[in-house]
Design a protein. Structure first.
Length: 99
């Protein structure tokens, strides 16, 4: 049974440490390498399947930006440009929010 946070009553699935266990050592290593530079197809598939909270915990903003690029890759060029302008605006508006 799921609680309001999307996890189950025992607390599994609601935190990033649980997600690491699901990924396993190979998946966690591939996930960590996303922030180190180039992203290969396997890493892109992993990011596409990961919950956003897990991407945030493992990769931060760089991982979320890559996920957005994955999700918008199939859009027409004009739409991708609009998404990128919105992303740039959000980054400027929240620049002081960095932790």
């Amino acid at each position: 049974m799921q609680d309001r946070r999307g996890g189950n009553e025992a607390g599994h699935g609601s935190g990033s440490t649980c997600q690491l266990g699901v990924l396993g050592p190979a998946g966690a290593a591939a996930a960590r390498s996303v922030t180190a530079g180039s992203v290969d197809q396997g890493e892109r598939r992993l990011l596409a399947a990961m919950p956003l909270h897990a991407i945030t915990a493992l990769h931060g903003e760089a991982g979320l930006r890559e996920r957005l690029a994955i999700e918008t890759a199939g859009l027409p060029e004009a739409d991708r440009e609009q998404v990128n302008r919105a992303l740039d605006l959000a980054a400027r508006l929240h620049a002081a929010d960095r932790r």
